[in-house]
Ligand binder design. Structure first.
Ligand SMILES: Cc1cc2nc3c(=O)[nH]c(=O)nc-3n(C[C@H](O)[C@H](O)[C@H](O)COP(=O)(O)OP(=O)(O)OC[C@H]3O[C@@H](n4cnc5c(N)ncnc54)[C@H](O)[C@@H]3O)c2cc1C
Length: 391
């Protein structure tokens, strides 16, 4: 008599319990699937734990605008369900125009947002100073986007996983996936089968799906001691998009956030240095100097903690959401760079809709992972940044 080892079978397996995996698990359980989440470490231990938690509409491309607008709409819709520890704050964003030329960008953004029914308000210098008195005098104005907000990313992830568990999902921590095959997941000697496998392994996704050009994009954040009311909105310089866009050089931008307990998170930086987690004091100093150009008193405030995270970046600055045609049953939800907290709920809705054969609420074709199935000589590639002693 031959003995056949039993192989576990699930409706869906989600690989990775960052905010993207947690949101996907939750969305799939809502559709009645029996979901297993496999997490190599503990939930939210990757980029999610390092994220700032800014929920923001960004307009670098039409696809990004559609995804972030959908995402912020969903966050507002669930806001009343979020427990206190998620620290949801509908504080809005103010995009700061340093001079008259940037004020033109403010008006262009205002017009674009109006075309997409996204509320925004142009601020003159006096209105800006009235809303945020700690900004330096002499700034030209800004754009207030009241529908943006802030959450605590690890807590939001735990909330999503709790809801998934309540709907029948199982979460296995300390469970690293070694390989994904057709409808199968391999963890050491263990083989698990599923109709649907969602790879949400963040910047580690290429270890499981080597064709995908996701790379870690390093970023620093620091946090001050408590100064309640010091800033009242997420404040971002208008040059932020250009900084997020520059893939070949290390860059910093003014980006500060009020936290629920009165602390202020100060960012941000971007570098392509692989998984190098060492602290470069010069990069941190550059980032803080940029922040002090907008809020001079930040220079004398105590920074009580600093940390590093690795954003999962793609060459075309769009995430990968959808089926992976090369492997039966495999779906990708990864590569969200600096927008994964914002776009988590929209990503999960798109994944659940595509899996169920429903039309997603926005055109998801720009996010299709299939754009990376065949080599394209014109495809954008990364130019890793090598720090030099001059920086
Ligand atoms: C400094 C910084 C600031 C940011 N600020 C913001 C912001 O203000 N707003 C915003 O929207 N976004 C922000 N982001 C981006 C956001 O944090 C990320 O886009 C998001 O967290 C990505 O989530 P993820 O679930 O895809 O990846 P991760 O959080 O990295 O999760 C992936 C998970 O998969 C697990 N895993 C990996 N490989 C395996 C395997 N083989 N088997 C099992 N499990 C595996 C990992 O352990 C990890 O827990 C910021 C990021 C950084 C670094």
């Amino acid at each position: 008599m031959t003995c056949v080892a039993s192989v576990e079978h699930h409706d869906a397996i989600v690989v990775g319990a960052g905010i993207i995996g947690a949101a996907c698990a939750h969305a799939l359980t809502r559709d009645g699937l029996r979901v297993l989440v496999l997490e190599a470490g503990s939930p939210a231990s990757g980029a999610t734990s390092a994220g700032m938690g800014h929920l923001v509409v960004l307009d670098d491309s039409p696809a990004q605008l559609a995804l972030t607008a959908l995402a912020t709409t969903i966050w507002r819709a669930v806001a009343s369900e979020l427990p206190l520890e998620v620290e949801h704050d509908p504080c809005g964003t103010i995009w700061i125009a340093a001079d008259e030329s940037e004020l033109e960008l403010v008006h262009a953004k205002h017009r674009l947002f109006a075309q997409h029914d996204i509320a925004s308000e142009v601020l003159g210098p006096l209105e800006l100073a009235g809303l945020e008195p700690n900004l330096r005098p002499g700034l030209a104005g800004g754009l207030l986007v009241p529908g943006d907000g802030v959450v605590n990313p690890p807590q939001a992830t735990r909330w999503l996983l709790e809801r998934a568990r309540a709907a029948g999902a199982t979460v296995r921590e300390g469970h690293r996936v070694d390989r994904i095959g057709a409808n199968t997941v391999h963890c050491g000697d263990e083989v698990l089968r599923a109709d649907v496998i969602v790879c949400a392994a963040g910047a580690e996704t290429p270890r499981l799906v080597p064709e995908l050009p996701i790379v870690p994009r390093k970023g620093y954040l620091t946090i001050t001691d408590r100064h309640p009311g010091f800033v009242r909105h997420q404040l971002v310089e208008l040059g932020y998009l250009a900084h997020a866009h520059t893939m070949s050089a290390a860059s910093v931008a003014f980006n500060v956030q009020p936290r629920a307990g009165g602390q202020v998170i100060v960012g941000s930086s971007r570098e392509l240095v692989g998984w190098d987690a060492s602290v470069d004091e010069r990069m941190l100093a550059r980032m803080l100097a940029r922040a002090a150009e907008f809020i001079p008193s930040l220079a004398s405030m105590q920074m009580v903690r600093r940390w590093i995270g690795f954003r999962p970046a793609t060459p075309d600055k769009l995430p990968l959401i959808g089926a992976w045609p090369a492997t039966a049953g495999l779906w990708i939800a990864a590569g969200h760079e600096g927008l994964g907290i914002t776009t988590s709920l929209a990503t999960a809705q798109i994944v659940a809709d595509l899996v169920a054969g429903r039309e997603p609420p926005i055109d998801a074709s720009a996010f299709a992972p299939a754009r990376y199935t065949s080599p394209d000589p014109h495809r954008a590639t990364f130019a890793p940044h090598r720090p030099t002693s001059a920086q």
